[in-house]
Design a binder for this molecule. Structure first.
Ligand code: CP
Length: 291
């Protein structure tokens, strides 16, 4: 059994093997594994897609799922996270899917008795989202090498951007980033200045939500003007190549980072990303719990 904490722990070959495994589950070419285990779902931060698809993936691969809610757990009584994990391990829980606001929450934890799956740690990483995003790109293009992607929006607070930029560059994609000044960071990203001139060069455009829940500065008042200044409007969408695809990890805010009308475009893969999340997460559970 292994932890699944960041795609940086996996070789390029292993990432592609897991994507091909997930695609085979999706097409029915490979039966779902029978893992016969117990998995804890510990979401200490809000989620719809990741929580639901991990829990469904666990059911579909023949696991029992227990739910740990922060408000009704002994974490509110001062029990440490390690003691909670050890308690679950005594009850024969083999893996815990964890979402938390605490970046690097897994550092220093003893995972010899129970394995951890990172379902998003603060603004740091979101490796299962990254795997399903890569799966969606691979499903459409059959490769990564040489593809041009622009990730645009609230880079500063985005764990999705951080996971994706690292993995996509490693897999040979040309990764550009576009963000308003307030959402840039001093990380070594390839920022572009001219959005309009970049859009027609892309194979993939990936939008990010303004993650207001992680903003320390008062940025709420930019929401009204955001679409016209920085978002994917209908006019900007029309600059994309006819073979390009539009992605977003979700949840999206209509008419903030993406115009509602863009969601109707046939190049929109956002709903396919959600669908792929189930199969990618079966592959992750098989990686952690399988033989
Ligand atoms: N993409 C994503 O992590 O969505 P949720 O917050 O709904 O899980």
């Amino acid at each position: 059994m292994k932890n699944f904490l960041t795609l940086s722990d996996l070789s390029n070959k292993k990432i592609i093997d897991m994507i091909e495994e997930a695609l085979a589950y999706k097409t029915g070419n490979l039966p779902m594994p029978k893992l016969d285990s117990t998995v804890a779902s510990i979401f200490l931060e809000a989620s719809t897609r990741t929580k639901t698809s991990f829990e469904l993936a666990a059911h579909r691969s023949n696991n029992y799922v227990v739910h740990i809610e922060e408000k009704s757990s002994a974490l509110t009584k001062g029990e440490t996270f390690q003691d909670t994990l050890d308690t679950l391990a005594m009850l024969d829980v083999k893996a815990a899917v964890v979402r938390t606001t605490t970046e690097y929450f897994y550092e220093g934890l003893d995972t010899s008795q129970i394995k951890l799956i990172n379902a998003g740690d603060g603004a740091h990483e979101h490796p299962s989202q990254c795997l399903l995003d890569l799966m969606t790109i691979y499903e459409r293009f059959g490769k990564f090498e040489g593809l041009n992607i622009l990730i645009m929006g609230d880079i500063k607070h985005s764990r999705v951007a951080r996971s994706n930029i690292a993995a996509m560059e490693r897999l040979g994609m040309n990764v550009a980033v576009y963000a308003p000044e307030i959402f840039k960071t001093d990380e070594d990203f390839n920022y572009v200045q001219d959005l309009e001139r970049t859009l027609h060069t892309l194979d993939v455009v990936m939008l990010l939500r303004n993650q207001l829940e992680r903003h320390e500065e008062a940025t709420v008042n930019i929401q009204d003007q955001y679409l016209n200044l920085y978002g994917l409007t209908e006019e900007r969408k029309n600059l994309l190549h006819e073979d390009a695809i539009i992605m977003h990890p979700g949840p999206f805010n209509r008419d903030v980072e993406i115009a509602s009308s863009v969601l109707d475009d046939e190049r929109n893969k956002i709903y396919e990303q959600v669908k792929n999340g189930l199969y990618a997460r079966v592959a992750i559970l098989n990686y952690v719990l399988g033989e």
